[in-house]
Design a protein around this ligand. Structure first.
Ligand code: PLP
Length: 415
């Protein structure tokens, strides 16, 4: 792990927790679909002296002096984002994915305007119009869902668009196991005269590797996080067509944010470079292979997956026929050393705080080197843990098995 000698001297309490967190990450199997394990290079950039710098504004148009180096870094980051995703313009300053979306809303809409997005409990994101989020509070949002097969019903989206007349349509999800048809969304947007936002926060790594169709030919705006399958630092990026570039930049700053986090932008640049390499393509291929192996093996062990399969990096375990809940089983999995989050399934009889599902994703375990045989063992551990959730002895034995997998594939040793 990175040296934290100074923190240990200055602040032993925080140092202790960082070390404990490193141990936790080392010794548990991370199946939270939105998490990953960055490279040491990304980590170093993120922890660099760039955190000392104020750089409000854009490269070469800053409100502060002394920006010559951060200008180069930010421009590199923008250029790499545009090249990797095939878009005209990139703003790499959003502090997070939600803020990237917020900036698009601010640029493209006025409060009260109509928006069509994917429903949160069907796999959409909070920032796509949930009533408790700014997007749902200040805009008039209608939401589409998925059918019993776990798929978006594009004809239904079209009907909703015709009825609701949105100014902005949002596609992209936090929990959707199928390929997204960006072309169909474009056709629907064109039919009703809407702008199209593709939020690829989850699948950015797969898109970068060419393993998921790119929204670039179709979307007016593409937003992403950089810390999920893209394997960079925690942050966001907005990409857009040239005609929207100035407006998007203004919405980010001074519209929504103050100073950009140049240390994070440097780490984003490093991650984008890494994601452009052939090794990353191999990595992304393995993410999908591992996800499909996990889905198949869970089904072979008697469990259900929403829609029965996955086409990307994640899936939702449907626990309804086991009579157990997502909340309880996610806690049982934590006991056996597997981290995942409870999640609703379509038409979930349980509340969002209890749920009947668990979302599982493979980006993080793939980073640490898990291959199909390891994943099959993970699936068996999950199935046995759920079946024997009241048997403390059995859970202890499963914990040993998950620890053995972690020891076989340590984190932060090779680089
Ligand atoms: C994770 C996610 C976001 C938000 O990212 P944060 O960095 O947590 O704000 C936005 N959209 C989608 C689809 C996501 O999955």
């Amino acid at each position: 792990m990175m040296n934290i000698e100074h923190i240990k001297r200055v602040d032993p309490e925080v140092a202790e927790q960082i070390e404990a967190e490193f141990k936790r990450q080392s010794e548990t199997i991370e199946l939270i679909a939105s998490e990953n394990i960055t490279s040491m290079a990304v980590m170093e950039a993120n922890g660099s002296v760039l955190t000392n710098k104020y750089a409000e504004g854009k490269p070469h148009k800053r409100f502060y002096n002394g920006c010559s180096h951060v200008d180069v870094i930010e421009e590199l980051c923008q250029k790499r984002a545009c090249e990797l995703f095939g878009m005209d313009h990139a703003n790499v300053q959003p502090h997070s994915g939600a803020q990237a979306n917020m900036a698009v809303f601010m640029y493209a809409l006025n409060p009260g305007d109509n928006v069509l997005g994917m429903d949160l409990s069907n796999g959409g994101h909070l920032s796509h119009g949930s009533p408790v989020n700014f997007s749902g509070l200040y805009f008039n949002v209608k939401s589409y869902g998925i059918n019993d097969e776990g798929e978006i019903d594009y004809e239904n989206v079209r009907q909703m668009a015709l009825e609701h007349k949105p100014k902005l349509i949002i596609c992209g999800a936090s929990n959707y196991a199928r390929i997204i048809d960006f072309k169909k969304f474009r056709e629907i947007a064109d039919e009703v005269g809407a702008l199209l936002l593709a939020d690829i926060a989850h699948i950015a790594g797969l898109v970068a590797a060419g393993l998921h169709p790119s929204p670039a030919p179709y979307a007016d705006f593409v937003t992403t996080t950089t810390h999920k399958s893209l394997r960079g630092p925690r942050g966001g990026i907005i990409m857009c067509k040239q005609e929207h570039a100035l407006g998007i930049d203004k919405a980010v700053f001074p519209g929504m944010q103050g100073g950009p986090l140049e240390h994070v932008i440097a780490a984003k640049a490093v991650a984008l470079l890494e994601a452009s390499k052939p090794e990353f393509k191999e990595y992304a291929k393995q993410i999908i292979k591992n996800a499909q192996t996990l889905a198949d093996e869970l089904v072979a062990n008697g469990l259900d997956i929403v829609g029965g399969k996955t086409e990307n990096h994640l899936m939702t375990l449907d626990l309804r026929k086991t009579g157990k809940t997502g909340k309880d089983m996610a806690n049982v999995l934590e006991e056996v050393g597997i981290t995942a989050n409870k999640n609703t399934v379509p038409n979930d009889p349980q509340s969002p705080f209890v749920t009947s599902g668990i979302r599982l994703g493979t980006p993080a375990v793939t980073t640490r080197g898990f291959k199909e045989e390891d994943i099959r063992e993970v699936a068996r551990i999950i199935a046995e843990a759920i079946k024997n959730s009241d048997d403390a002895e059995k859970l202890k034995e499963l914990r040993e098995r998950s620890l053995a997998l972690c020891k076989k594939h340590p984190i932060y040793i090779s680089d």
